[in-house]
Design a protein. Structure first.
Length: 270
């Protein structure tokens, strides 16, 4: 990781659960010295303790970045401990869902560079996608935030924070939609006579493989669907159910995304 500012001044990771640990592993793999990282976590894992990072030690006087990865409900307790670093050129990056930029500006001051990020759970295996946006003071910090968050997957810059709720509805909550699809696809196999373990294996590998193919192929998903659909064949019979305008995916998934987006807006308002 080629960022001498972070290596020299230090990076504070506030919260080191699955997401924080995945990011820390990515940074260390990319060459960030463990001695340049300070981890604050009430129950650090043995892996975190063995990395060589400073764990629950006194923080550096002027860290380059403070990355906030605590659960949203812990935010009220966590922010006062780092409020003293606000108002300077320490960059605050938050991956906490549902906490708007304004909440951090209230805690640290409007002159503080703040980047809000929305990763999703596949980031824990380095296959996530993260949306980022910043307050006015943090626009110059987006490059640094993108570099840090690219350790766990793709990073996309939004036009502004107003798009974050929709991102939550599509990619933030989206993995759960796919997990439920795997559940129900496997249940369909069991209903047709497959053993549960075999049906689940087929469902998992099929969904994972199709996702990988969609990422690697030059065709868009619609064309990929057409490619595997023979006229009057088995796939067409299934798609007639799934593509029904009233009861299938065209109605169901947009309604799900709308519901998640609406709830994200409600949570942001408190």
């Amino acid at each position: 990781m080629k960022d001498s500012r972070i290596a020299a001044r230090g990076l504070v990771l506030l919260g080191c659960g699955k997401m924080g640990s995945a990011m820390l592993a990515g940074w260390l793999d990319r060459g960030l010295p463990a001695a340049s990282v300070w981890v604050q976590d009430p129950a650090p894992s043995p892996w975190v303790q063995a990395t060589g990072a400073h764990v629950n030690a006194d923080l550096p006087a002027d860290p380059a970045v403070i990355l906030i990865a605590v659960k949203p409900q812990m935010m009220g307790n966590a922010l006062p401990d780092i409020a003293a670093f606000g108002g300077g050129d320490t960059v605050f990056v938050s991956v906490a869902a549902g906490t708007p930029l304004s909440a951090f500006e209230n805690a640290f001051g409007q002159a503080t560079p703040i980047v809000r990020a929305m990763p999703n759970t596949p980031a824990a295996v380095g296959r996530g996608i993260t949306a980022i946006c910043a307050n006015d003071a943090g626009q110059g910090a987006l490059d640094e935030a993108e570099m840090l968050l690219s350790a766990v997957g793709d990073v996309v810059r939004l036009e502004g924070e107003h798009q974050m709720d929709a991102v939550t509805g599509v990619s933030g909550s989206g993995p759960a939609y796919v997990f439920h699809m795997i559940e129900t696809l496997a249940a369909g196999g069991v209903a047709q006579g497959l053993p549960e373990d075999l049906a689940l294996q087929f469902a998992k590998v099929t969904v994972a493989g199709a996702g990988h193919l969609a990422m690697e192929a030059t065709e868009d998903p619609a064309q990929l669907r057409i490619n595997v659909t023979s006229p009057n064949g088995t796939t067409q019979a299934a798609l007639e159910v799934l593509m029904d305008e009233q009861t299938g995916f065209p109605s169901l998934l947009p309604r799900a995304v709308e519901a998640a987006t609406k709830r994200s807006k409600e949570l942001a308002r408190g």
